[in-house]
Design a protein around this ligand. Structure first.
Ligand SMILES: Nc1ncnc2c1ncn2[C@@H]1O[C@H](COP(=O)(O)OP(=O)(O)OP(=O)(O)O)[C@@H](O)[C@H]1O
Ligand SMILES: [Mg+2]
Length: 314
């Protein structure tokens, strides 16, 4: 399968200070592959190198070393831009333009006819949840969240195969975040590949198939999100929920299984237990006490735990 993004040994030094003698290494030997149809989450703390990577991919700055391909073409090949959509971090547009004028401008850049530009503008501004009364207003009067929406709409003008979003949820209120989350999920459904950075881990957890975590310009973890969460946790913990019993009836469980925790629930009790091998014991104990098992759920290590572990310490 051809990769949508293929990064090899990407390194970036920024020059700094008088006569540019000092160098800051923002990215070091990054290798990354993104497959078609994925929503790929690009994570890392402030200054980890996410925006640097994205700017290199978009041809806005040049790498010090390494290479990258998008849709099979080297990133220096300007032709690929017609197949990519990009929304920068804190999008900044010429702010005396109105939302619909900005959309029209980008439509022109991609060579769309007048009627098509009008249709695409209406479709996309609706899709990102910008109210119709704001379509004809200057961007300088927009809130951060409204600008973010216009930025995302703008990135979709050319119906791109790959959409690159740098912090698409920043500045959005909870309702806005949910709308944009649904929009991004919809992009995958329509067959697009999404590469997005975000600090909002719950959004990443809800949306992404694969993630990469950067720390100090280096890749510290990458893979399928569910596999990363499962493998990092070591022994898996389960929560067993039962109806028709009281916690007191199940007091024997913590006695027979070390570390098991029984909690009273409105309609019964729940038991947390580590390790698959204890599950049958728990189920038998519940049955013995006259209860019904209503659910058995793996308690996943949250992305936040994984993130904190991978982005801190030595
Ligand atoms: N134009 C620049 N000149 C010098 N240093 C820079 C420049 N842009 C970024 N850096 C440095 O490169 C490193 C990576 O920055 P980058 O913006 O890529 O991080 P990020 O992961 O996007 O962070 P954030 O989550 O805060 O957006 C940081 O140490 C930053 O200070
Ligand atoms: Mg950034």
């Amino acid at each position: 399968m051809e990769h949508v993004i293929e990064i090899e040994g990407l390194t970036k030094d920024y020059e700094k200070g008088f006569l540019k003698k000092k160098k800051i290494r923002a990215l070091e030997g990054l290798d990354l592959k993104v497959e078609p149809g994925q929503i790929f989450g690009f994570l890392g703390g402030n200054g980890a190198g996410k925006t640097t990577t994205i700017k290199i991919l978009m041809g806005l700055i040049f790498p010090t070393g390494g290479s990258a391909k998008i849709l099979g073409a080297d990133i220096s090949d300007v032709k690929i831009h017609s197949r990519i959509g990009y929304c920068p971090e804190n999008p900044y547009f010429y702010d005396y333009l109105k939302a619909n004028e900005l959309m029209d401008y980008f439509g022109r850049l991609f060579g769309l006819e007048t009627a098509k530009r009008k249709a695409v503008t209406e479709e996309l501004l609706t899709k990102v949840g910008l109210e119709e009364k704001d379509w004809n207003r200057q961007l300088r009067k927009f809130s951060k969240g409204m600008l973010q929406r216009v930025g995302i709409a703008q990135s979709l003008v050319n119906d791109p195969e790959l959409v690159v979003l740098d912090e698409p949820m920043s500045g959005l209120d909870p309702v806005g975040r949910r709308e944009i989350r649904e929009l991004i999920a919809g992009l995958r459904q329509s067959g697009k590949t999404v590469f997005m950075s975000s600090h909002i881990l719950s959004d990443i957890e809800a949306l992404c198939d694969n993630v990469a975590i950067l720390r100090g310009g280096k890749l510290v973890a990458t893979g399928r999100l569910d596999e990363l969460l499962a493998s990092e946790g070591g022994e898996r913990t389960f929560e067993v929920n039962a109806n028709g019993v009281k916690a007191i009836d199940l007091i024997g469980i913590p006695g027979s299984i070390r570390g098991a925790v029984v909690t009273e629930k409105p309609s019964g009790a729940s038991i947390q237990v580590a390790g698959d091998e204890h599950l049958s014991t728990v189920l038998a104990e519940i049955k013995k006490a006259g209860g019904n098992v209503v659910s058995v759920q793996p308690v996943r290590q949250s992305l936040e735990e994984l993130f904190v572990k991978e982005t801190s310490g030595s």
